[in-house]
Design a protein around this ligand. Sequence first.
Ligand SMILES: [Zn+2]
Length: 263
Amino acid sequence: MNFKQQLAVVEGLNIPPDTQKRMDCPFCQNKNTFTVTTTTNSTNWYCFHASCSAKGKKNGEKTMDYVNVTFKKEDIKPQEEFKLPDSFKIVHSNNKALQYLHENNCWEACMWGRADIKYDVKQDRVVFLVKNPDTNKYAGAIGRGLSSAVYPKWYMYDNKDIPFKCGECKDAVIVEDCASACAVSNILTGIAVMGTSLKESHKKYLKPYETLYIALDRDATKKSYNIARELTSSGFHNVRVKVLHEYDLKCYSTQEIKEMFYG
Ligand SMILES: [Zn+2]
């Protein structure tokens, strides 16, 4: 049977979208050897029986249904306000938290109020609060464990769609974590994407800057270039990769960061 004939048979099974199904093969009739996987936009089928060649894939057109399901979800969902848990205390209440801020060049950002930082007594984490720039309300928080017993090292409270931002400078730098975003914030706006890839939802928060640097940790330079490519193809024309040869940005003082970016 050719592709067209197979497709007609598979479509005749009337399998709904977003389904994975295993069944008797409509081609070789063997028991339970046939699988079909569908999305809103595609159908995949395969028979595991050695004597059967049933196999194919159809990618449909990008219908409005598909577009709605794939792209609109994030836009429609309202970003709810994040209520700070009772376990969030002022950061001065914990010495390890203060020490972390000092050692990672976050102290100044905290003192000047550029970053809202707390201590989570329940999880033993220093917590960076994330604000929604559209509403100026808290959208979530990101906590860094203060001992090796705290897992995972970084924890996302609620929000995953809005990046952590620190500073109000004309140029911004995309970094991996909140501490690096704070460390640069005297010189550049630090934007932490919490990882080495960019989410679609992050892009709208990257727009108001003259130059957009990308400086992921030194072991992720390749990923910096991936992000740069992605942003460029999304219409950003101000993207520059900053390769870090030695340490992550949180290891540098304000003066060193100034020299690194502005010579
Ligand atoms: Zn078969």
